[in-house]
Design a protein around this ligand. Structure first.
Ligand code: HEM
Length: 413
């Protein structure tokens, strides 16, 4: 019998209150009751010039497939001053924040790096990283609770992605703070100073990757940076800045959301030990567990689009220039799409959350991310079968890229 996850629900409030609460620190920590309250206003909520909030599953699918809804590229940011910030100067040079035709050009250039063969070749590396960091955890046992985010969830992806890119081992861990800092640039910005931590993080990552590009051009190795430098220098349609930006993005995307997904999966596994334990022996069960985690508690809650023109959208007019905030995490609980949506239910058929997006910008790293989590979490749970949460996890102050700041566990070994 599937159980409702009470930690993912909460008190009931009115829609107006819910809206003003959503981007406050408390709202970002506990958004699910707010999504429930907002749902009373319907799947599409016009907010005037402030934008349009989209909560419905079908409605988000329509928006993600409609090329009139643009990603926030440099042209969209033109009037906002965001292009002055080093975080957005880099982000607007990657495919995620580029529209046609640049988007297709960049996606074509880098597509092979995300192909199934590349993912399969990294599986061994992911298992080894998980084994290495569970052994590290064991050395920390005995002195009280351990922070699983710091000691495991971020270390596995940065090890796997660092090896793939060819980032020297000694440089990897110091990059973690910078990686997380850059993801704050994705949050709605109310005061431009809020971008300063993301700018500082981005400067660190751009310097590091630009140095590595220069070095690999001189002395190529058997890594992704060398391969991408070779492709570009052989006439690949990417500028030098776009090359560095793409590698920076690979590092950010390769580490932050997989790390958050490991945290969310482990938390849900510890809350339901029998189903969690079965992940260690049954690969299909582990895959279903991760899909259901992606649905009920995804790492990325909101995507932003800008209307290129006036758009008639599910009975509402979205005016040209208006931002549409597509709340993937709410769509994943749309009762028209998912029966009993607040319930963690591994028996769901045709379980298709929107957590990796949809349409032309669908996550290129989805298989790579899933592979890492499918490798890491069973290794962890096998090694520490009596692990329990020592305290409720705390969240970073973010909603777009949402995840735990700390997750204290008793390893119980
Ligand atoms: C659990 C982990 C992950 C989640 C939840 C996630 C989520 C997403 C989402 C929602 C999008 C769509 C963005 C949009 O439409 O605006 C996206 C795009 C993208 N993701 Fe991921 N991602 C994850 C892991 C990764 C990894 C590991 C990589 C690569 C190493 C990656 C690389 C990308 C790229 C390159 C795009 C842009 C695709 C395009 O614009 O055509 N992601 N991701």
């Amino acid at each position: 019998m599937p159980a409702t996850d009470h930690q993912l629900t909460g008190p009931v409030m009115g829609p107006a209150e819910a809206l003003s609460e959503l981007f406050t620190p408390a709202g970002k920590h506990h958004p699910y009751p707010l999504y429930d309250a907002l749902w009373e206003l319907g799947p599409v909520i016009p907010l005037g010039p402030a934008g349009t909030l989209v909560l419905g599953y079908d409605e988000i699918c329509t928006a993600l497939r409609d090329s009139r809804f643009l990603v926030t590229d440099a042209a969209v940011h033109e009037a906002t001053g965001m292009n002055d910030h080093s975080s957005w100067q880099c982000l607007t040079k990657i495919m995620m924040f580029s529209n046609s035709p640049d988007h297709e050009r960049m996606r074509r250039f880098a597509g092979w790096a995300y192909a199934p063969r590349q993912v399969a070749e990294r599986r061994r590396s992911a298992v080894e990283a998980a084994e290495r960091w569970t052994s590290h955890l064991a050395t920390l046992d005995g002195g009280g609770p351990v922070d699983l985010v710091e000691a495991f969830a971020t270390r596995v992806p940065i090890t796997v992605t660092g090896e793939l890119l060819g980032i020297p081992e000694a440089d990897r861990m110091p990059l973690r703070t910078a990686i997380t800092a850059t993801t704050t640039a994705f949050e709605p910005v109310f005061d431009r100073d809020e971008l300063l931590p993301a700018d500082a993080g981005m400067d660190v990552l751009v310097d590091c990757l630009a140095d590595l590009v220069r070095e690999r051009r001189r002395r190529p190795g058997d890594d992704l940076i060398s391969a991408m430098v070779r492709d570009r220098d052989a006439g690949g349609a990417l500028s030098e800045e776009e090359l560095v930006a793409s590698l920076v993005m690979f590092l950010i995307a390769g580490v932050q959301s997989p790390s958050d997904l490991i945290g969310n999966t482990v938390r849900l596994a510890l809350n339901r030990p029998a189903e969690g334990r079965r992940m260690t022996t049954d690969h299909d069960h582990a895959a279903a567990f991760i899909t259901e985690t992606l649905r009920i508690d995804p790492p990325n809650h909101v995507l932003t689009r800008a209307a290129a023109t006036d758009i008639d959208f599910h009975g509402h007019r979205v005016a040209a220039g208006t931002r549409a905030l597509l709340v993937l995490a709410a769509a994943n609980r749309d009762p028209r799409q998912f029966t009993d949506p607040a319930t963690f239910d591994l028996a769901r058929r045709d379980n298709r959350p929107l957590s990796f997006g949809l349409g032309p910008h669908y996550c290129l790293g989805a298989a790579f991310a899933r592979m890492q989590v499918e490798a890491a979490v069973p290794v962890l749970l096998r090694r520490f079968p009596r692990m329990t949460l020592a305290a409720p996890p705390t969240y970073r102050d973010q909603l777009v890229t949402r995840g735990f700041a700390r997750m204290e566990v008793d390893l119980g070994s």
